[in-house]
Write a protein that binds this ligand. Structure first.
Ligand code: SF4
Ligand code: SF4
Length: 90
């Protein structure tokens, strides 16, 4: 298990699941449930749709200024990219 930073865990806890970050994302090609995205950022195997989204994220940052509570979806997605690279046990 690869451990997330305290800041990442704080951000996931603070997320109000409004989905504004996903609505602003130019790389999102299919509907993603925000609660599943938040859960899978830290836990368990990645479902195929969330794995595809993590691959497609190109770290443009468009998801950040739209967040009403000041969170950094780009950093959360970067963490998901790391999980993808590290494999199913990460
Ligand atoms: S950083 Fe990634 S998740 Fe955020 S808007 Fe850009 S492509 Fe989408
Ligand atoms: S915009 Fe912010 S609060 Fe809303 S779902 Fe995205 S990260 Fe969570």
């Amino acid at each position: 298990m690869h451990y997330a930073t305290p800041q990442l865990m704080e951000e996931l806890t603070a997320c109000i699941a409004c989905s504004e970050c996903l609505l602003a994302c130019p790389a999102l090609a299919e509907a993603i449930p925000i609660k599943a995205l938040n859960w899978e950022t830290l836990h368990g195997p990645l479902s195929p749709d969330i794995a595809r989204f993590a691959q497609r994220c190109y770290q443009c940052g468009a998801c950040v200024p739209v967040c009403p509570v000041g969170l950094h979806r780009d950093a959360m997605m970067l963490w998901l990219k790391v999980r993808l690279l590290l494999g199913p046990d990460s």
